[in-house]
Design a binder for this molecule. Structure first.
Ligand SMILES: [Ca+2]
Length: 146
């Protein structure tokens, strides 16, 4: 878990570094920030010009990531562990896109503790959740090693 946090922190630094480079250009003034949300394990608030779209690169190899909005937009939840994870409170029923770069397929559920199975996100798949699954994710089981 700690390495996941470290890796995302490194990603945040990279994003900030990129923003700094952009800031050197005359027309760029905004920057993207990634901030851990207190009390919500694995949830990061993303703000700035890239926050609404295409923040796929915040998800690193080995991680399973969900975003608040379609197309990797909005806040991100990096699933902290292999196996069962209940979605942290703020993120509950908000996930709209996913990139599964984790250790195995990710089963997604509409209820806590693997209740209300909705489907399985294949390893390496990324994209928007089906409309029937949009804003319904409450628990996920990342089946690492399978
Ligand atoms: Ca959403």
């Amino acid at each position: 878990m700690s390495h996941i946090r470290t890796r995302l922190a490194a990603a945040a630094v990279a994003v900030l570094a990129g923003a700094s480079a952009l800031a050197a250009a005359p027309s760029a003034s905004a920057e993207t920030t990634v901030t851990a949300v207190a009390g919500e394990q694995g949830v990061y608030r993303v703000t700035g010009p890239d926050a609404l779209n295409s923040a796929w690169d915040l998800c690193k190899d080995g991680q399973t990531c969900f975003w608040q909005n379609a197309n990797a937009g909005g806040w991100i939840w990096v699933v902290p562990y292999c196996g069962l994870n209940n979605v942290p409170g703020w993120f509950n029923d908000r996930a709209s896109s996913v990139w599964n770069r984790g250790g195995g397929p990710a089963e997604i559920y509409a209820g806590y503790d693997r209740s209300g199975y909705m489907g399985t996100v294949a390893r390496w798949w990324r994209g928007n959740l089906a409309s029937a699954h949009n804003d319904r994710l409450t628990s996920v089981d990342v089946r690492c090693g399978s």
